[in-house]
Design a protein around this ligand. Structure first.
Ligand code: ADP
Length: 687
C-alpha cells in the first residue's frame, strides 16, 4: 500500500460517522445482556413459531416482561416479514411511542428515525413523524394508525401490526382490532399481534375466531375493479369509502395462537388508610415524606395522581418541603410524568437518580402499564384517574376524575415489585379497595359513539352494525349515532359519508362540535372566533360557579349582571370569555368578583387559542428545527419569519402565521408564538 492510501484509510476509520457507528454498536452489545434477562427472551422461539403458523398471536404478560421492546425485533427477520416489510406497533400515548422507538433503536444499534437515512426504527405521533426510507419498525399512536388508514385502507406497507396495551380498551384500540380483523380476510399475508398486560386472552381469542359478517356496501357508486383489487395506496381519502370491504362474504376465521409470559414479580406489601380522605394531594405529600425519611431501603417512589394539574401542585409542595430537609436525608429529585410533558422532560424518568438522591416520580396512569420506570420500590396510589365519559347534558365527552378499577390498582401496586420486594401505599381504605369494580368499563360502552361511527365510515365500512367490535355496544346506541350523523349532514341518505363528514372526521372534536365549527367558518356565518370561545366553554368544567341557595343566586345575578345575555347560556359564556380576555389587571380577582371559576377560564383561554388552529392548523403552523429554520407540520416545507414581524430574528418553539408569502424565499407573515404543548394538550384532550 502506498503511504497516501494508508493515510486515507486511517482518516476514514476515524471519521465522525464511523465513530458514531461504532458507538452505536458498543451500546447494542452492552444492552444485549439485559435483553437476555427479560422474561420474554425465553419465549423467542415460541413467538416466532406461533406467527409462522398462525395469522394472529395473542400475547399476555406482566408489564416490563419485554413485550413492546422485544417482540418486533423477534419478528423482523422472519421469512413472512420479507424485505422491506414493515412492522407497526401501536401505543396509546406519545410518550410510550417515542421512548420505545428510542430504546429499540439503541438495542438494534441503529440511529433513530429521521436522524439518518439508514435508520431502521422510527416513530409517528401527532405533529412529529420521525422515520427514514429504511424504517422497518415503526412505533405509532393509535390515532396515527387510524390516520394512515385514511390514506391506505389496506395498510399495504406493513406485514405485521402489533397492537400493544390492549387491556386499556380505548375506542381506538377496539376500532383498530375490528379493522385488522376485517383486513385479514383481504390480506392473507398480514400478521396481527395483540399484546396485553392482563391475561384475559379468552375474549380476544373468541373475537378473532368469530366469523366475519358480510359488510353490505350502500354506496351505489361504481368501483373500478383495478383500484379495489390493488388496494391502490395512491387513492386519496375521498375514495376510501368505496375501498373495498364490499364484497366480503362469510370467510373462515383467522387461526390464532396464544402465549403467556410470566413476569418477574417480587412481593409487594400493601398498606391502606384507616380513614378515607378527600384531600389526596395532602395525603400524598404526607406519605411521600414518611417514606423518604423513615424508609432506610433505597429505591425510587412512583406516585399515581389524576392529572397534570394535581401533579404540578404536588410537585411544587414536595419541592418546597424538600428544601427544609437536613443533610441527614438523601436528596429528592421530583419528576412529573404526563402525556403533555415535553419529550426531553419525559426522558428524564428513565435515567438513574444521581448519587444519594431518591427520584420521586409523579405520574398519571401513563406509568400504570404503558411506560416502565426503572428503580421503583415504593408506589403511592391515590386510587383515582381521569377518564373520558359521555355527558348527555352537554352532548359531549369530557374527562372526569373517577375511581380506578381493582385491576388498575393491582397494576399500580405491581410497579413496586419489578426489581426487588417493594411497598404500595394506597391512599384509600381497604373497604374502598374491595368495593372497586373488577375491571374498567371499555370506553366504547361509556362514550358517544358518533365519533367512532364516523371513524368507521371515513375508512370505508359500509354497514357499521356489522363491524366487529370486541364489546359490541347496544344496537340502539349505534343507531342513535348513525341518526345523529345523518342529522349533522355527515352522512347522506344512503348512509355514506358526505364531504362535510370527511371534514368533520379530520377534526379532533365530537362530530356535533366539529359540525358547529365548520358551519361557523362558512362565509355566510363567518363567526368562527366567537364560536370557538363558546365551544371551549362547553369543553371545560362549568365556568359559572355553582350556587345552591336562593340568596347566593341573587348575589350571583348582581355580580354577573353585565355578562348575562337574554338569549341564554351560550351567549353569556361568550360575553364572559370576552370580558375576561379584555381584563388587563387582575384576572383572578375579576373571576372572584363575578363568581366565575378562574381555573375553568384559564382552560378556556388555552383552548381558545388552540382551537383557532382548527381552521387550518395543518398548513399554518411551523416548528423550529435545530438549524434555526422553521418547517411546516404539513408538507415539511421550510419557512422563515418575515422581517416585518416583531418576532423576526427570534427563535421560538413553534409559530402560527396568517400569511405565507414567497419573495426570494418562503416567508411567514403575521406570526405568533405557539407552544407545542398547547397544541398537543388541547388536541389530545379533545381527541
Ligand atoms: P412490556 O412491554 O412487557 O411492558 P417493555 O418491552 O416495555 O416491556 O420493557 C422491557 C424492559 O426494557 C423494561 O423493564 C426496561 O428495563 C427496559 N426499557 C423499556 N423502555 C425503556 C426506555 N425507554 N429506556 C430504558 N429502558 C427501557
Amino acid at each position: 500500500e502506498t503511504g497516501a492510501n494508508v493515510k486515507r484509510k486511517r482518516v476514514s476509520e476515524d471519521s465522525p460517522a464511523r465513530t458514531h457507528q461504532s458507538q452505536l454498536q458498543q451500546k447494542r452489545i452492552k444492552l444485549l445482556d439485559s435483553r437476555k434477562q427479560l422474561p420474554i427472551w425465553q419465549r423467542q422461539k415460541n413467538i416466532r413459531d406461533a406467527l409462522r403458523d398462525h395469522d394472529v398471536l395473542i400475547l399476555s404478560g406482566e408489564t416490563g416482561s419485554g413485550k413492546s421492546t422485544q417482540v418486533p425485533q423477534f419478528l423482523l427477520d422472519q421469512p413472512w416479514c420479507g424485505f422491506p416489510g414493515k412492522i407497526a406497533v401501536t401505543q396509546p400515548r406519545r410518550v410510550a411511542a417515542i421512548s420505545l422507538a428510542r430504546r429499540v433503536a439503541e438495542e438494534m444499534g441503529t440511529p433513530l428515525g429521521s436522524s439518518s437515512p439508514a435508520s431502521k426504527v422510527g416513530y409517528s405521533v401527532r405533529f412529529d413523524e420521525s422515520t427514514s426510507p429504511s424504517t422497518r419498525i415503526k412505533f405509532l399512536t393509535e390515532g396515527m394508525l387510524l390516520q394512515e388508514m385514511l390514506r391506505d385502507a389496506s395498510l399495504s406497507q406493513y406485514k405485521c401490526v402489533i397492537v400493544d396495551e390492549v387491556h386499556e380498551r380505548s375506542v381506538n384500540i377496539d376500532l383498530i382490532l375490528g379493522f385488522l380483523k376485517q383486513l385479514q380476510t383481504r390480506r392473507k399475508d398480514l400478521k396481527v399481534v395483540v399484546m396485553s398486560a392482563t391475561a384475559d386472552a379468552d375474549s380476544l381469542q373468541r373475537f378473532f375466531a368469530a366469523q366475519i359478517l358480510e359488510d353490505t356496501q350502500h354506496d351505489p357508486k361504481p368501483v373500478s375493479s383495478d383500484s379495489r383489487a390493488n388496494g391502490d395506496p395512491e387513492m386519496d381519502a375521498d375514495d376510501a369509502s368505496w375501498h373495498g370491504f364490499g364484497d366480503e362474504v362469510q370467510r373462515s376465521s383467522s387461526n390464532i395462537a396464544t402465549c403467556h409470559v410470566e413476569g418477574r414479580q417480587y412481593p409487594v406489601i400493601t398498606r391502606y388508610l384507616d380513614n378515607p380522605t378527600e384531600d389526596t394531594i395532602e395525603a400524598a405529600l404526607h406519605r411521600i415524606f414518611q417514606i423518604h425519611c423513615k424508609e432506610p431501603t433505597p429505591g425510587d417512589l412512583l406516585v399515581f395522581m389524576t392529572g397534570q394539574e394535581a401533579i404540578q401542585s404536588l410537585q411544587k409542595l414536595v419541592e418546597e418541603y424538600a428544601l427544609g430537609l437536613t443533610t441527614d436525608y438523601p436528596k429528592m429529585l421530583v419528576l412529573p410524568l404526563f402525556a403533555a410533558l415535553p419529550q426531553a422532560a419525559q426522558q428524564l424518568i428513565f435515567q438513574p437518580a444521581p448519587r444519594n438522591t431518591r427520584k420521586v416520580i409523579l405520574t398519571t396512569n401513563i406509568a400504570e402499564t404503558s411506560v416502565t420506570v426503572p428503580g421503583v420500590r415504593f408506589v403511592v396510589d391515590t386510587g383515582k384517574a381521569k377518564v373520558k365519559q359521555f355527558r348527555n347534558r352537554l352532548g359531549l365527552d369530557s374527562l372526569l376524575v373517577k375511581q380506578i378499577s381493582k385491576s388498575s390498582a393491582d397494576q399500580r401496586k405491581g410497579r413496586a415489585g419489578r426489581e426487588a420486594a417493594g411497598q404500595c401505599y394506597r391512599l384509600y381504605t381497604e373497604e374502598a379497595y374491595k368495593s372497586l369494580d373488577k375491571d374498567s368499563t371499555p370506553e366504547v360502552l361509556r362514550c358517544d359513539l358518533s365519533q367512532a361511527v364516523l371513524t368507521m365510515k371515513a375508512r370505508g365500512v359500509g354497514d357499521v352494525l356489522r363491524f366487529p367490535l370486541l364489546t359490541p355496544p347496544p344496537k340502539e346506541a349505534m343507531e342513535k349515532a348513525l341518526l345523529q350523523l345523518l342529522e349533522l349532514g355527515a352522512l347522506d341518505e344512503h348512509g355514506n359519508i358526505s364531504p362535510i363528514g370527511r371534514k368533520i372526521a379530520r377534526l379532533p372534536l365530537t362530530p356535533a362540535l366539529g359540525r358547529v365549527i365548520i358551519e361557523a367558518a362558512t362565509s355566510e356565518m363567518d363567526c368562527l372566533v366567537e364560536v370557538i370561545d363558546i365551544v371551549a366553554c362547553l369543553s371545560v368544567e362549568h365556568i359559572f360557579l355553582a350556587i345552591d341557595t336562593d340568596e347566593g343566586r341573587e348575589k350571583a345575578q348582581v355580580a354577573r349582571r353585565q355578562l348575562l345575555r337574554r338569549q341564554g347560556d351560550h351567549l353569556s359564556y361568550l360575553a364572559a370569555v370576552q370580558a375576561y380576555a379584555a381584563e388587563q389587571s387582575d384576572r383572578r380577582r375579576w373571576a372572584d368578583d363575578h363568581m366565575i371559576s378562574h381555573r375553568a377560564m384559564q382552560s378556556v383561554m388555552d383552548e381558545r387559542i388552540v382551537k383557532c388552529f382548527l381552521r387550518g392548523f395543518s398548513s399554518n403552523v411551523a416548528r423550529a428545527c435545530p438549524d434555526g429554520s422553521y418547517k411546516t407540520f404539513a408538507g415539511n416545507q421550510t419557512v422563515a419569519i418575515h422581517p416585518s414581524s416583531v418576532l423576526f430574528g427570534r427563535k421560538v418553539e413553534a409559530i402560527l402565521y396568517n400569511q405565507f408569502v414567497y419573495t426570494n424565499k418562503a416567508y411567514a407573515r403575521d406570526v405568533s408564538v405557539v407552544q407545542l404543548r398547547w397544541l398537543e394538550e388541547a388536541l389530545d384532550g379533545m381527541a
